[in-house]
Design a protein around this ligand. Structure first.
Ligand SMILES: *Cc1c(COP(=O)(O)O)cnc(C)c1O
Ligand code: SF4
Length: 334
């Protein structure tokens, strides 16, 4: 599971915001004017996978609403501790895809580097909540061997930085990795999967924009946004600044019961993203991870919702509904 890393002395504004994230469920409830009796139910869940949410994200939640779609993504609940058949600790076969420490390959041409175990937010539905990231990634000492391996295989043309959240790393570390990758001639694309432009827009600062704008690699950033309410003015500014470096912005969302499992909500998400310069990419069925069963939306309901989206939106705003199935050569369309 993901764990807090000792936070280094903050040096940038975003690192300060990260260090000040809410970690105490009682404080979260107090900030939202919610009764503390919601608390005991989630204690065991919080012990397994602690609460973590930046204050700027909390500010986008509606006070007094225990069903707020942003709150539901982060508040530990007793439901997480109820075992559910078919829900496991490695639903997507990540263990089997590890080709060497810190490096995963499931698909032709693309490898995924686990850069860090840390995230700015802890999402309750996360399929990585049980993954032993401490053993797999987050060690800059591994970067030489990771780059050597990529350099040996000319069929790899895209490197995906993942985690955890790769933007949890400080820029000097990321720059070092990206510079090493740039030296590999057959690499064409750099892809960064991050929830930080949404949950911690302060992360998009001059230093980040500087190296993103400088790299020779064609850059794609896939942000993770599940609900239109996650996008406020500050997030819009961060996204516009990212775009100004010339990268392509895509979004992937997870279909989550009680968060976004409604056609109107999904359409509003696509339209809000597009207004902010982001193309909808994937809508994922929930990975069947232990502790997340209460978020599950069944396949037929999911398919019906996406069909209804097609009737309401231009084709380019309808995300691809996919499911991750272990040991298959691509994400499975439904
Ligand atoms: C999801 C994923 C990718 C990217 O798949 P795309 O369909 O190209 O977005 C690559 N590697 C791994 C291990 C993945 O889980
Ligand atoms: S940011 Fe991504 S990796 Fe981190 S907890 Fe949320 S879903 Fe999981």
């Amino acid at each position: 599971m993901l764990q807090h890393k000792p936070t280094p002395a903050p040096t940038s504004a975003w690192q300060r915001h990260l260090a000040e994230a809410v970690r105490d469920p009682a404080e979260l409830l107090a900030l939202l004017d919610l009764p503390q009796d919601l608390l005991p139910t989630g204690q065991a869940a919080a012990q397994q996978f602690p609460l973590r949410v930046p204050r700027g994200f909390v500010a986008r939640m509606k006070k007094g609403d225990p069903d707020d779609p942003l709150l539901r993504q982060v508040l530990p609940l007793a439901a997480e501790t109820v075992p559910a058949p078919g829900f496991s600790s490695d639903p997507v076969g990540d263990h089997a895809a590890v080709i060497q420490q810190g490096l995963l390959q499931k698909y032709q041409g693309r490898v995924l580097v686990m850069t860090t175990a840390a995230c700015a937010v802890h999402c309750r539905y996360c399929f990585r909540r049980h993954f032993p990231y401490q053993e797999q990634g987050g060690k800059t000492s591994l970067w030489q061997s990771i780059c050597d391996r990529i350099a040996e295989d000319s069929s790899i043309n895209e490197v995906i930085l993942s985690g955890g959240d790769p933007l949890s790393l400080a820029d000097p570390q990321l720059m070092e990795l990206v510079q090493r990758l740039e030296r590999i001639a057959h690499l064409q694309r750099l892809r960064i999967h991050s929830r930080q432009p949404i949950v911690l827009p302060q992360r998009v600062d001059e230093t980040l924009l500087g190296w993103l704008g400088d790299t020779r690699l064609t850059t794609v950033m896939v942000i993770h946004c599940n609900h239109a309410n996650e996008i406020d003015a500050q997030v819009r500014t961060a996204l516009a600044r990212l775009k100004s470096t010339g990268l392509t912005l895509l979004n992937q969302a997870v279909l989550l019961r009680g968060v976004n499992d409604d056609v109107g909500t999904l359409c509003r998400l696509s339209e809000t993203l597009f207004e902010a310069g982001v193309m909808p990419y994937y809508l994922h069925l929930l990975d069947k991870v232990q502790g997340a069963a209460h978020f599950n939306v069944n396949r037929e309901t999911a398919k019906t919702m996406v069909t209804q989206m097609r009737g309401r939106l231009p084709g380019y705003l309808v995300p691809k509904l996919v499911e991750e199935v272990a040991q298959t050569p691509y994400k499975q369309p439904l």
